[in-house]
Design a protein around this ligand. Structure first.
Ligand code: NAP
Length: 289
């Protein structure tokens, strides 16, 4: 990769704190290499966000991923924010369009595409499916989302805009209510999820994440109420929830699928090119192993 760097190399990166665990440099650099693009993607551990964004303008950085804790705070620092990112209240992608910084949220489309895979193996359909729209295989299906935090908002807006009916269940019911009302969705506490039957269950809480890998966000007896169970936690790759869901006969979707698809969408926003999905997937799996 070093051999490609010259005076024309475009710079992309991620702003976060902490950021050294990020898998995004592996994903995007693999994609740049595969398409022969003269571009490089670096991780920046950013604590002073306003000055870092000034740096983007001053240096002409071409595009950025934005991660915790900057997804909300970055919004007023940009020139324009996409409507869906405004609705979600978070930006995870910046495109530098001739000096104007445009903000997007690709987590929602990442969640949509990850779930679409569970309903179809037809790769041609997935390649064409550009997120929301009446052609989505998700249209008319129902989902229960566990959690009402930052990623829950992106997942909920993504699934809702793909035509799904959504129910939000959260430990703190007031937060489920706020998200449910913003979405036009029903809501409840986590304890009430066992009374609900739906096509899909999505866990957006960190429950089950390492080191607490045996924890479950809901009781395993409830999983028979769902056909597909998706966990956005990806460390471990197969969470306790996904193991129990498989045992209950559900189809499962692990957290890497959303991570991969949101990155594919970022790459396409930055370059205008179709992202090499298989290359990015191999890079991600190689790194996880
Ligand atoms: P967040 O904004 O802090 O929200 C966390 C949510 O989980 C809140 O609704 C919180 O409920 C709930 N929660 C936390 N601990 C809980 C517990 N012990 N029992 C029940 N509910 C609990 O976090 P986030 O940014 O949404 O991230 C959540 C997870 O998603 C993380 O593990 C992150 O790594 C993962 N993630 C994955 C992807 C991907 O692409 N795969 C993308 C983004 C995030 P309260 O409201 O009651 O506190």
């Amino acid at each position: 990769m070093v051999a490609l760097i010259d005076a024309h190399t475009q710079l992309f990166g991620i702003f976060g704190h902490p950021v050294r665990h990020s898998l995004s440099p592996i994903l995007h650099n693999a994609a740049f290499r595969a398409l022969g693009l003269n571009a490089v993607y670096l991780a920046f551990d950013v604590t002073d966000l306003p000055r870092a964004v000034q740096g983007v303008r001053a240096l002409g950085i071409s595009g950025l991923s934005i991660t915790i804790p900057h997804k909300e705070a970055v919004m007023p620092l940009l020139d324009q924010v996409d409507f869906q990112a405004l609705q979600i209240g978070a930006v995870n992608t910046i495109v530098n369009q001739e000096g104007r910084l445009l903000g997007y949220n690709t987590d929602c489309i990442g969640a949509q595409r990850a779930l679409e895979e569970a309903f179809t193996n037809d790769q041609a359909h997935l390649a064409k499916a550009n997120g929301a729209g009446p052609s989505s295989v998700l249209s008319g299906k129902s989902a229960v989302i566990l959690g009402a935090g930052g990623s829950a908002k992106a997942v909920a807006f993504g699934l809702k805009s793909a035509g799904m009916s959504v129910h939000v269940a959260n430990r703190t019911v007031e937060k489920a209510k706020a998200l449910g009302e913003a979405l036009g969705a029903t809501f409840s506490s986590l304890n009430e999820v066992c009374d609900i039957t739906a096509d899909v269950l999505v866990n957006t809480t960190p429950v089950g994440m390492a080191p607490d890998i045996y924890k479950m966000p809901i009781a395993s007896e409830c999983l028979k109420n769902f056909s597909v169970v998706m966990d956005i936690v990806y460390a471990p790759l197969v969470t306790a929830l996904l193991k129990e869901a498989e045992a209950a006969g559900c189809r499962t979707v692990n957290g890497l699928r959303m991570l991969l698809h949101q990155a594919v969408c970022q790459f396409e926003l930055w370059t205008g090119l179709q992202a090499p999905l298989n290359v990015m997937e191999s890079a991600l799996l190689g790194q996880i192993k």
